[in-house]
Ligand binder design. Structure first.
Ligand code: PA5
Length: 470
């Protein structure tokens, strides 16, 4: 029987494997343990002081209870479930769905087994959204729209919601609007809260003190998951069990601390790029989720004391084996400036044999299992990278299920917090995203002198100079 826990394997970053120039020596590991150990304790203290609210999400009994009640209520009348959100209000939802539901889920009634189709819109490109609206127009009474936004002012989500609102009002009237929209937003304040209260929407909660990118284990991620039949109890149980492992103050027993410390070490030794490469289609969108978590949390202009640092590892997502035929040439022979984190699955729970060989050259591939081939490709790529002295970590999933995915989410959230302490930055804010948001408000005509002045500045800076246009 395979063990139920995910595991981190880190031998392939050591000097023993890739040499002292690129690998971490035993002495350096000792230094990392000495540096990181106290930070695990510091993070545990921050948690006790209520400063890292996301840590307690897996223990909250209200969120899964509220979500289950709504799922039961909506039951048979929901054929399509649509999430409108962006960033932390969408990436976790997408990742959970890709990981835990079948590839053909939306297209095959049998594989969906009575659950609604899921669509997540996290962009304002009119083309895909327009195509969706063309399709959904005559199915609105069987479609639930879950608008997710802490503030309600996020322009992409607000714009999408306004389109849906008008459509529902036009086609189903105020009662239809009220029935088909469920908002996930701040408990007490914000634009979406007041819109919801006025329209009489049912609501779920974006918890206080939890940033979007740390919110997937709250109502934000749980609702769409439960609607689509994902076992949210196991998801939360996996997160709780990982909590025990990542709270451990012994560095060598704490996988989150080891991930954070290795990333930090390499950042300080010329490897500022961190590639996450799942060898599992199911996990591919978790590489996307990780990219936001890592980038928004660690990419900061100033340290905790306000000193300019412009720090932050660059997270990159890749997918095995697809990117072997796209990126691995660069990864092996280009600059040795990356740390690789593979995600590997031991048991795919699906045996698919190739069948007989149609040509003698393919004889070696006759009757081979695709899962075995996939994992051999992972090993082969890792071997090739190690030959080129590139450091590699592997997180192994015994299988991809709600429990192991819950473990993974919690592992990387806590690794991000510990990395924040190592980099000495605030891992929970995102000041740099704000200027772009404000600039878009200004360009779209948000009122007030301040915005008018900003719009003028933007136009003069971005006006096309024909001299440079070819
Ligand atoms: O991680 C974050 O905090 C962001 O990605 C937010 O989730 C994103 O900007 C959406 O914000 P809001 O929930 O206010 O619409």
């Amino acid at each position: 029987m395979t063990e139920s826990k995910i595991r981190l394997y880190y031998k392939n970053v050591t000097a023993d494997v890739i040499g002292a120039e690129h690998g971490i020596t035993a002495a350096q590991f000792g230094d990392l343990a000495a540096e990181t150990g106290p930070l695990i304790a510091e993070l545990n203290q921050q948690r006790a002081a209520g400063q890292t609210a996301y840590r307690d999400l897996p223990y909250n009994e209200n969120y899964p209870a509220d979500v289950k009640q709504l799922v039961e209520e909506l039951g048979g009348r929901c054929e399509n479930f649509v999430v409108l959100g962006i960033g932390g209000s969408a990436l976790g939802n997408i990742a959970l769905q890709t990981a835990l539901n079948p590839y053909m889920y939306n297209l095959d009634d049998a594989q969906r087994n009575g659950r609604p189709r899921l669509f997540v819109f996290d962009n304002v490109d009119p083309v895909p959204f327009g195509s969706f609206l063309d399709w959904v127009g005559d199915k609105l009474d069987k479609t639930i729209f879950n608008v997710i936004s802490k503030s309600g002012r996020t322009i992409e989500t607000a714009a999408q919601f306004m389109i849906i609102r008008k459509l529902l009002l036009d086609k189903l009237g105020p009662g239809g609007l009220r029935n088909q929209v469920i908002a996930t937003t701040d408990k007490n304040e914000g634009t979406l809260r007041s819109i919801s209260d006025e329209a009489g929407f049912r609501t779920l909660v974006v918890p206080d003190g939890v940033g979007g990118r740390f919110s997937v284990l709250s109502d934000v991620g749980l609702f769409s998951a439960a609607m689509c039949g994902i076992d949210i109890d196991s998801l939360l149980a996996g997160a709780r069990d990982m909590d025990e492992r990542v709270s451990c103050e012994d560095f060598y027993k704490n996988p989150a601390a080891i991930i954070a410390a290795i990333n930090w070490h390499y950042y300080n030794h010329g490897k500022k790029i961190s590639v996450m490469m799942p060898y599992s289609y199911a996990l591919k969108d978790f590489a996307d989720w990780y990219r936001q978590l890592w980038a928004e949390s660690l990419g900061k202009a100033r340290d905790l004391k306000g000193k300019p640092v412009n720090v932050g590892p660059t997270p990159v997502k890749a997918l095995g084996a697809t990117d072997q035929h796209s990126q691995v040439q660069l990864y092996r022979e280009g600059p040795n400036d990356k740390l690789f984190t593979f995600l590997q699955v031991e048991n795919f729970n699906r045996e698919l044999k190739t069948g007989p060989a149609p040509a003698p050259e393919l004889g070696y591939l006759a009757d081979k299992d695709l899962g075995v081939l996939y994992n051999s490709e992972k090993k082969a790529t890792e071997y090739a990278l190690l030959e080129s002295k590139r450091p590699c970590l592997t997180v192994t999933f015994p299988e991809v299920n709600a429990y192991t995915v819950g473990e993974f989410i919690y592992l990387f959230e806590v690794a991000t917090s510990i990395a924040g302490l190592l980099f000495k930055v605030n891992a929970y804010d995102q000041p740099a995203v704000e200027l772009g948001k404000e600039a878009t408000f200004a360009l779209m005509g948000a009122g007030g002198e301040e915005y008018e002045e900003l719009a003028k500045q933007i136009r003069s800076l971005t006006e096309v100079d024909k001299k440079f246009l070819v």
